[in-house]
Design a protein around this ligand. Structure first.
Ligand SMILES: [Ca+2]
Length: 237
């Protein structure tokens, strides 16, 4: 055999082996793809919640997965509606009391009934609302406001003078009009940018100071002429 012929034979032999290897790889890959798909087609398990009392019972699942189940809170149905009695403090199934029905639960109410410790509860409630609505007054004792952060005068259990100036207040409570014995109100030098519509229901004899807050021109109309001292203001919309 000549050298040329033997080289051609080797070349064809290598090509043949390469083609065989290539084809066997493709066959192997096709085999695994087919096996994989067969598993997919055979696996018809659908997981879901199959607990009858759960809020998300699945109508399409055939296999229960308890971890997928969601249940209503105690005393509530799946729509979030209370199924039992709501207590006087607005808690579903609770046992809280609001004996004087002023919207403040007994366990938080600083004054229950008409008066307590010689103070009228309606006046105490306004101070309580000032404390609740202004984070800067957090944890202030409403009975001690006059000795700690502000100045108060009381006559016959009624609040006649209230100064809460220069404290960084942002809120004047809606209940402010309950102070129907008030003669002077200082709320100047705070960060108040809005006023409750009830402010001008304070007695017409009450002198109100609100200068140096963040109030805008809308409070300079006749509707707000109960304010004795309004300017200057650093308006913040
Ligand atoms: Ca109460």
């Amino acid at each position: 055999m000549s050298l040329k012929k033997s080289k051609i034979k080797i070349k064809y032999g290598l090509n043949y082996m390469y083609k065989m290897l290539k084809n066997s790889n493709i066959i192997t890959i096709l085999f695994f793809i087919f096996m994989g798909c067969e598993n997919l087609f055979n696996d018809d398990t659908v997981y879901g919640c199959l607990e009858q009392n759960a809020c998300n019972y699945s109508s399409v699942a055939n296999t229960n997965d308890p971890e997928l189940c969601e249940y209503p809170q105690n005393n509530y149905d799946c729509n979030g509606d209370c199924l039992v009695e709501v207590d006087q403090c607005g808690q579903c199934g609770g046992n809280g009391l609001d004996s004087d029905l002023d919207g403040i639960c007994d366990d938080q109410d600083p004054c229950i009934g008409i008066s307590q410790n010689g103070y009228f509860c309606s006046d105490i409630q306004v101070l309580f609302d000032f404390v609740s609505n202004n984070s800067v007054l957090d944890s202030i004792d409403v009975y001690d406001i006059g000795n700690t952060i502000g100045i108060t005068n009381w006559e016959n259990g009624r609040l006649t003078y209230l100064s809460l100036a220069n404290l960084g207040l942002t809120d004047v409570p809606y209940s402010i009009s309950l102070l129907d014995s008030l003669g002077i109100l200082f709320l100047n030098n705070n960060n108040i940018s809005q006023l409750p519509s009830t402010l001008c229901q304070l007695p017409s004899s009450c002198t109100i100071f609100l200068q140096n807050n963040n109030l805008c021109e809308e409070y300079q109309t006749s509707e707000w002429n109960c304010i004795y001292q309004f300017s200057p203001q650093d308006c913040i919309e």
